[in-house]
Structures are given as structure tokens and as C-alpha cells.
Ligand binder design. Structure first.
Ligand code: PLP
Length: 386
């Protein structure tokens, strides 16, 4: 079979990323099938906050697999209960209910359904440049035209307002709004950080109209931005919190966290066969334990500050702006980012983009100081064209 036929038979709708085959991880390091070694500056797309093979997560998964691999969500199970209790213990007391699923998009879908069902209203207000996933509801909340267009018509009832424009948001939210859905830091959309004023205005608009406020912390949650949850930085507490990616240390999981009030008003049913499965819950419990015990949000804050200093000192004309919080950093270039990512890869560093011209850094929060410093030096070299 020709190489292209093999690729086609394996992939569907996935642009060719097949140039690198990765087979193993340790700490912030990844190894290619050809033995080459890389430092992960974003290769795990935010799901590898503990690296891509944390030994405690791996041990918990292996032990759980020997006990009970799978159980329908209609039965309770001590590992699920322990995970849910631990997660809720780390959140404000207004959060009492969690729906577990298997991905970020599923966490968003459950949030959208909960909001429409609990409020009896149709309207969803999301932000321009926002990204919430690729299932129909999550895609309807996502902004980028090229992601949406091939699949239209999408779900009706969604409106998009400019990010960080408090007045526009206030105007868009009314008594027909079920949900305001925002990322505290827009990740895929180019690494744009919400202002305190904007998030407070969102909270006020929801309180004024009876709409629910959801923060999509799929990418920002679990320590990434220097707080366990990004919303802690602004002190604005949403009604619905959406988590996934690193919540279970790299094992698939999604969580839609909400209040007693929303759960009480919820009509209808929502369910997922694999949601809340014992493997993911065991991994999640271990991942939370490591994140809290090793003070990883503080580590993200400290390493993020070092990163910002380095990135802000990058040589002038090619860099438009440096943005981000903690270890979610974006360098907006005045040109396309792809050649810079390739140059970093040749030096042994895997970073990703956020749109055509933003270099996005999402390293494990556990990245050793020396790897982070070396990664930042490599970025300076490639930006300087060296
Ligand atoms: C903010 C945000 N929400 C939702 C998603 C969708 O998550 P998943 O790819 O797990 O469906 C992503 C993925 O990048 C994301 O960054």
C-alpha cells in the first residue's frame, strides 16, 4: 500500500500531522519512533499539564484497570465518588454538581443543554475568537468561520460578541439568554486574556437577566494560568464551569460543574456511556493530588513570569505582542508562525500555533527549569533567525 493510502486509511478530516511519530514520554520529554528526543512546549495541547506519562497517573490507571475497568454511570463507585468530592473540595461551595464526560466538547455540550433546560430559554451568547470544540453545539459557540462553514447549518440561537467589550456583551444579553459562554483566556483564538472588567460585566449581565454564566476552562483549568482555576484570579464565579484536557492527567475526561440551583431546574436527561468511568476517575484523582501537592499552579505562575520576561525581550520587528497568563503564553508574530514551529522542531522543541501567526506555548507545568530556559532560548534563536 502506498504511503498516502496508509495515511488516508488512518485519518479522517485530520490535516497531515503524520510527519512525526511519537512513541514515549517522560517528564516534559517526548521521544520519536526514530529515537529523536523533544521537549514538549505544547505538543500535548494543554492535556499534558503533568507531562504525557506521569508515573502517579500511570500507576493509578494500572491499579484501577486490575480492579474495575468499566462500570455504567447508573451505579456508584468509590473512585468516582472520591474524585468528585476532591474536585468539588477545590472549588467554591456554590458548586455541588458534576456531570462527567470524555472530552472538552462534551463538557460544553452538557453545559449548553443544562443552560437551555434549566432556564427554558434559547439564547447562547459567546465571544468572537472563542473556541469551544467541534461537536455541533460546541461548534455553534465557536467563532472561526472555516471551522464552522463546512458543517452548516449549525445549532440556532447562538450570538457572538467582541471579546473584552463589556458594553457589547451587556447589550447582547437579555431575558431570552440562557447562557453566556466565555473562555477566561482565549486559547485557540490567539491567547487573549479577559479583563477583570469584562468578566465582572458578564456576571452582572447574567445576574440582571437571569441568564447563566459559564466559563470554559477546558484549556485554562487545573493550574495552567497560575491559579488552579483561572476564574480565581478575578474572583468572578460562574454558574457553570467546563473542564477537560489536563483534569485526568492526559486520560480522556470532561466535566461540567454546576450549582444545586441549575441541577434542580434541569429538565430532561443527559447521559454518556463512558462518562465518569473508573479509569478516568482514578487518573483524575491522582492528577489532582499531584497538582495540589506539588503546588503546580504556583509553579505555572513563576515559570510563566520567566517566560514572559524572555519573550518580551525578543528582537523587535518580527514580534507584534506577547500575551498570556501562567504557562499559557502566546507570541503574536508579524508573519506566519509555521516556519518558526518547524525551526523549533528541528532544534528538538515542539510548540503549537494559535491561528496563523501566534506561537503558543503550553508546556507541562512540571517542566524542569533547565528545559524551560533552553526552550525560551531556542525561541529567541529562531525568532532572531539564528
Ligand atoms: C477552551 C476549549 N474548549 C473546548 C475544547 C474542546 O475540547 P476537546 O478537543 O477535548 O473536545 C478545547 C480544545 O482545544 C478548548 O481549548
Amino acid at each position: 500500500m502506498s504511503e498516502s493510502l496508509v495515511a488516508r486509511s488512518l485519518e479522517f478530516g485530520q490535516p497531515a500531522r503524520g510527519r512525526l511519530t511519537i512513541v514515549r514520554a517522560q517528564g516534559a520529554r517526548l521521544w520519536g519512533a526514530d529515537g529523536r528526543e523533544f521537549v514538549d512546549l505544547g505538543a500535548t495541547h494543554g492535556a499534558g499539564s503533568l507531562g504525557a506519562a506521569h508515573p502517579e497517573v500511570a500507576r493509578a490507571v494500572a491499579a484501577q484497570a486490575r480492579e474495575l475497568l468499566y462500570l455504567g454511570s447508573g451505579y456508584s463507585n468509590p473512585v468516582r465518588t472520591a474524585f468528585l468530592e476532591r474536585l468539588l473540595s477545590l472549588l467554591p461551595s456554590s458548586f455541588t454538581r458534576v456531570f462527567l464526560s470524555n472530552s472538552g466538547a462534551e463538557a460544553v455540550e452538557a453545559g449548553l443543554k443544562a443552560a437551555r433546560s434549566a432556564t427554558g430559554r434559547p439564547g447562547i451568547v459567546a465571544a468572537m475568537r472563542g473556541f469551544h470544540g467541534r461537536t455541533f453545539g460546541a461548534l455553534s459557540a465557536t467563532w472561526r468561520r472555516e471551522l464552522r462553514e463546512p458543517f452548516e447549518p449549525l445549532v440556532p440561537g447562538f450570538a457572538h460578541v467582541p471579546f473584552n467589550d463589556a458594553a457589547a456583551l451587556d447589550e447582547a444579553v437579555d431575558e431570552s439568554t440562557a447562557l453566556v459562554l466565555l473562555e477566561p483566556v482565549q486559547g485557540e483564538g490567539g491567547v487573549h486574556v479577559a479583563t477583570a472588567e469584562y468578566l465582572r460585566a458578564a456576571r452582572a449581565a447574567c445576574d440582571r437577566t437571569g441568564a447563566l454564566l459559564a466559563f470554559d476552562e477546558v484549556q485554562t483549568g487545573i493550574g495552567r494560568t497560575g491559579r488552579l482555576f483561572a476564574f480565581e484570579r478575578w474572583g468572578v464565579v460562574p454558574d457553570v464551569l467546563l473542564l477537560a484536557k489536563s483534569l485526568a492527567g492526559g486520560v480522556p475526561i470532561g466535566a461540567t460543574v454546576t450549582t444545586e440551583e441549575v441541577a434542580r431546574r434541569f429538565r430532561g436527561t443527559h447521559h454518556s456511556t463512558f462518562g465518569g468511568n473508573p479509569l478516568a476517575c482514578a487518573a483524575g484523582l491522582a492528577a489532582l493530588e499531584v497538582t495540589v501537592r506539588e503546588h503546580l499552579p504556583a509553579r505555572a505562575e513563576a515559570l510563566g513570569a520567566i517566560g514572559r520576561r524572555h519573550l518580551e525581550a525578543l528582537p523587535g520587528p518580527k514580534v507584534r505582542e506577547v500575551r498570556g497568563l501562567g504557562l499559557l503564553l502566546g507570541v503574536e508574530l508579524r508573519e506566519r508562525v509555521a516556519p518558526y514551529l518547524a525551526a523549533l522542531e528541528r532544534r528538538g522543541y515542539l510548540a503549537i500555533s494559535a491561528g496563523p501567526s501566534v506561537l503558543r506555548l503550553l508546556p507541562p507545568l512540571t517542566i524542569p527549569d533547565a528545559d524551560w530556559d533552553a526552550g525560551l532560548r531556542a525561541i529567541a534563536e529562531v525568532v532572531a533567525g539564528g
